[in-house]
Design a binder for this molecule. Sequence first.
Ligand SMILES: *[C@@H]1O[C@H](CO)[C@@H](O)[C@H](O)[C@H]1NC(C)=O
Length: 188
Amino acid sequence: MESPFFLLTILLFLTSSAAAAATSKPGASHDLVRSSCVHASYPTLCFRTLSSYSGAASTPRDLAQAAVKVSLSRASKVSTYLTTSVTGKSKRERVALGDCVEQMSDSMDELSKTLRELKHLRDETFEFQMSNAQTWVSAALTNEDTCLDGFEGVDGKVKSDVKRKITNVAKVTSNALYMINRLNESRG
Ligand SMILES: *[C@@H]1O[C@H](CO)[C@@H](O)[C@H](O)[C@H]1NC(C)=O
């Protein structure tokens, strides 16, 4: 007669393999996020922002799209912040904020164009499309840098708030550019 202990061991074994099987799919794309982020410019931020997409992102193309979406959504949030924080500011600060709103708007246009391009990739035009994507995301990064430059000579809380937020957008944008390059290489 088998001991109850033996049966319990079998039962535990079966339960844990079932649990492993159930989690293996998200685990696989989690691995893709991890291995893709490891050499990004900002690996921790990359992993943190993209692992929430890991259910949907299972290819380099999904990841590149997800990275551009993250960048777009952060740029949009910062843009709202910039627009609403103009009141009660000095002339100098209002000018810098106004310029920055324009640059973020350009940045968002470029990121939207990139996302559209990544959603309509075709074999025959892949290289051309990837080159467009790279150009636009680089331009988005440049706009973010230009926004920061506008605050040179502005002191205090406005500058430090804007700087922190824009720097964060620039980091996720830089990661998006990296994912686009990876997508381009993954094809070769
Ligand atoms: C994409 O990869 C190809 C082949 O490796 C390379 O020639 C091309 O310059 C790359 N394009 C971009 C936009 O990085």
